[in-house]
Design a protein around this ligand. Structure first.
Ligand code: PMP
Length: 486
């Protein structure tokens, strides 16, 4: 509608003025509906009925954030207050993305790669990723048309569960495990059925237990190897067992292999290499961990043919496509030299050894499993007499070391803490010194001397929560300028 004030009209002359006058006159002629509305308004007043604003969908409270985020928020807050915090809670490699990758992305950006590209990845990228899948898993028959590229590996978890799981379906998932599995299963109405990974067996699972919990209701079995949070690797027999169970109950498999290139001894193995398994298995991998590219957000899914279209439709209706200059970086990653990843892996191995030995030398702490991959280990702290949650809180408040309560990764993480070795050896040594001092103090019954008053944290968290009406803690960590914890 054209509407121009008198003072403005005075300044407009000539054809522009007459055009505006004509338009305004036309609008006035077209007013009857407006007049009708006004006469209704003048009619005897009825009591205006005001409905309260409709509630959110029930499902909006089903999907949870990561409990560990709150903890990370506290560590960040403490740091902001000037305390030196050792970040052993974060699963983000402290390496730079290899230069050939950043250069490829920069060149693409400078060359104008700033428009939409095909959903699920350009053909060029999908061809390169398919080739990389075949190279890293000899025997696999990966084709470009079965590859979907997404912003981060997490999307592949979402797409798989969205395509398969509905009310009444059961999904077996590793516990302790990556938190996104359980909450996404519930979000789609499925029933999460935890498969215990036991520190006593190298964070593998009991084969009989898997056979016992699987049934005709099992729609999907999720596995993760190398594993987060344990760093454990499933053996060839474990993968054979999952394959046999999946076949016997008609289930699909989501094989989370996001740490595939960080295997410290031997070769990475995939369940999809077992006879008949590729057609029922989604392989999840990506750039985040293999090339220290967590912030680039690139995940790869290799899908069974029947699932490709539903997965691509999620892409089309949500994020559309990867930024094309990011795709160029991902392409350089999968096509490029393996040297940088090898060097990173060697350093992770050295850090693992250091951390494993140093922690096991601290009275009260025991690390049963030397991680065979990824960048984490789980330590039992029960020998200190503290529960894992209390241990994590106190070692942060009193000594500025951030580690995570294993409970954040599911009920079978209870009693353990997860420690990430995505930090330098120097920082790991510093962290172990502080943890040793802390444990000694606990053993001697010394009165805790927090670096900061814990109640200040709680108050701050409360303040921020009321500002942001949090259902998840992620907006809180945004406010604290937190890194992502993964
Ligand atoms: N799976 C596992 C086991 C992970 O640990 C992570 C990230 N920490 C992901 C999937 C998701 O990876 P991305 O950051 O690429 O979304």
């Amino acid at each position: 509608m054209v509407s121009v004030g008198r003072s403005v009209m005075r300044q407009i002359q000539g054809p522009a003025r007459s055009a505006i006058c004509t338009r305004m006159a036309q609008q006035t002629l077209a007013m009857p509906s407006c007049a009708a509305h006004m006469s209704t308004a003048a009619a005897p007043k009825k009591r205006e009925k005001k409905a309260s604003l409709s509630p959110l969908a029930e499902r909006s409270s089903v999907l949870r954030g990561e409990g560990a985020m709150e903890f990370l928020g506290k560590a960040k807050f403490m740091e902001g207050e000037g305390h030196d915090v050792c970040h052993l809670e974060i699963g983000d490699p402290d390496f730079d993305t290899p230069e050939h990758i950043t250069k490829a992305a920069a060149a693409a950006l400078a060359g104008g790669a700033t428009h939409y590209e095909p959903s699920g990845g350009s053909l060029k990228l999908r061809e390169s990723v398919a080739e990389w899948f075949c190279k890293t898993r000899p025997g696999l028959d990966a084709k470009a048309e079965d590859v979907i590229c997404t912003p981060g590996g997490k999307n592949i978890i979402f797409q798989t569960i969205a395509a398969l799981v509905q009310k009444g379906d059961e999904v077996i998932y590793p516990n302790p495990g990556f938190p996104a599995y359980e909450t996404t299963i519930e979000w789609f109405g499925g029933k999460p059925v935890p498969l215990k990974l036991d520190s006593k067996t190298g964070f593998r699972f009991d084969h009989d237990e898997l056979k016992r919990i699987a049934s005709s209701r099992t729609k999907l079995i999720i596995i993760c190897s190398p594993g987060n949070p344990s760093g454990g690797i499933l053996s060839g027999e474990d993968l054979d067992c999952v394959a046999e169970v999946a076949k016997s109950c008609g289930a699909w498999v989501l094989s989370d292999e996001i740490y595939s290139q960080l295997v410290f001894e031997g070769q990475h193995d995939s369940i999809a290499l077992r006879p008949g398994m590729q057609q029922r298995t989604v392989i999840l991998d990506g750039c985040s961990k293999n090339w220290a590219m967590t912030g680039w957000r690139v995940g790869f899914g290799l899908f069974p043919r029947r699932m490709v279209e539903p997965a691509r439709n999620v892409c089309i209706n949500t994020f559309s496509c990867l930024p094309p200059f990011v795709s160029a970086g991902a392409q350089a990653a999968v096509e490029g030299p393996t040297g940088p990843t090898e060097a990173m892996k060697d350093e992770f191995r050295a850090r693992r050894d250091l951390l494993f030995d140093r922690l096991n030398a601290i009275p009260g702490i025991s690390v049963a499993v030397k991680p065979a991959g990824a960048m984490y280990l789980m330590a039992d702290v029960s020998g200190t007499g503290l529960d894992a949650g209390e241990f994590a809180s106190r070692v942060l408040f009193e000594h500025g070391v951030a580690v995570l309560d294993g409970r954040f990764f599911g009920k079978h993480g209870q009693g353990l803490i997860r420690i990430s070795f995505a930090q330098s050896r120097e920082r790991l040594n510093e962290s172990c010194d502080r943890i040793a001092t802390f444990c000694e103090g606990v053993k001697e019954g010394k009165t805790p001397v927090p670096l900061m008053d814990a109640s200040i944290f709680e108050k701050k968290i409360e303040e921020l929560s009321s500002l942001t009406s949090l259902t998840s803690i992620s907006s809180l960590t945004d406010q604290l300028d937190a890194d992502f914890l993964h």
